[in-house]
Design a binder for this molecule. Structure first.
Ligand SMILES: NC(=O)c1ccc[n+]([C@@H]2O[C@H](COP(=O)([O-])OP(=O)(O)OC[C@H]3O[C@@H](n4cnc5c(N)ncnc54)[C@H](O)[C@@H]3O)[C@@H](O)[C@H]2O)c1
Length: 267
């Protein structure tokens, strides 16, 4: 029997038309949650994501459109989601990457990466946290990165955005630490910090490392540099942690950042 401990709860997962966000939305639905998905994609991709999350179980699934670069679009999305069903669980997952040295970084890329990877989480948390506090239960799970804990060259806006979301999460955790009770589950705000996860986001970086060889050569070169396990995580591995953080017994885990990085940040 699946453990549907989230039945009656509503989750909003940003960037859930692909990769880690889709896996988290699917796992939350399998645990019984009603899920609001968000993310870019053509109609077929959005439909496929909605169907996958729906088929995982749970209740209703809806896609809420918003380009997360636009604060007004985020505010409109948060109003629509609240009118549908106020989120008990907010997963800020949407993110983009552009890996070049600072001097070559287009200014527009800096602006977009900071807007999607960091500012969007401020806008969604600002809208969702008060209702969570009023209910005495709420979970914010921010998908940061090992790059919220350590830096790598050629990723200035990405690293800045991920360090930023780690800091933002700690502030929100402190502000809401005393909301709710041990029985209601409280309101917690945490980050998950993955190393390499097998999703479309990292394909350009694998491609850049192939050096005329196979995709596997590219993967080996990428992981050999920093991830001692030499294994990529699956999106489902990250999702399992996100779901666990939603449990009542995780009520005292807040303001934390959890590496899932095969030893990357242990070095
Ligand atoms: N894949 C990895 O190795 C890895 C490692 C560490 C952290 N992360 C983080 O995990 C998160 C998810 O990444 P992924 O690997 O699943 O990537 P992905 O490219 O598969 O998915 C990104 C999602 O964000 C959405 N998105 C992008 N721009 C958007 C916008 N302007 N408005 C709304 N949605 C937008 C996309 O539509 C998609 O649903 C990101 O925050 C990323 O930084 C990924």
């Amino acid at each position: 029997m699946p453990d549907t401990f989230l039945s009656g709860r509503t989750a909003l997962v940003t960037g859930s038309t692909s990769g880690i966000g889709l896996a988290i939305a699917t796992a939350l639905a399998a645990a019984g949650a009603r899920v609001a998905i968000n993310g870019l994609g053509d109609e077929a991709q959005v439909d496929a994501a909605r169907r996958q999350v729906h088929d995982a179980g749970g209740g209703d699934v809806r896609h809420f459109d918003a380009d997360l670069r636009d604060p007004d679009a985020i505010a409109a999305m948060m109003d629509k989601v609240a009118n549908w069903s106020a989120p008990d669980i907010l997963v800020n997952n949407a993110g983009i990457q552009h890996a070049v040295p600072i001097a070559e970084m287009p200014v527009g890329k800096w602006d977009d990466i900071l807007a999607i990877n960091l500012s969007a989480a401020f806008h969604t948390m600002r809208a969702a946290l008060p209702a969570m506090a009023a209910k005495g239960y709420g979970r914010v799970v921010n998908v940061a990165s090992v790059h919220g804990l350590v830096a790598s060259a050629n990723k200035a806006p990405y690293v800045a955005s991920k360090f930023g979301i780690v800091g933002l999460s700690k502030v929100a955790a402190l502000e809401y630490a005393s909301a709710g009770s041990r029985d209601s589950g409280g309101v917690t705000v945490n980050c998950i910090c993955p190393g390499w996860v097998e999703t479309p986001l990292i394909e350009p970086q694998i491609e850049a490392r192939r050096d005329g060889g196979t995709r596997e050569d590219g993967v080996r070169s990428l992981l050999g540099e920093k991830q001692p396990s030499l294994r990529m995580s699956l999106p489902e591995d990250i999702a399992a942690m996100a779901v666990w953080l939603c449990r009542r017994e995780a009520h005292n885990i807040t303001g934390a950042s959890f590496p899932i990085d095969g030893g990357w940040t242990a070095q």
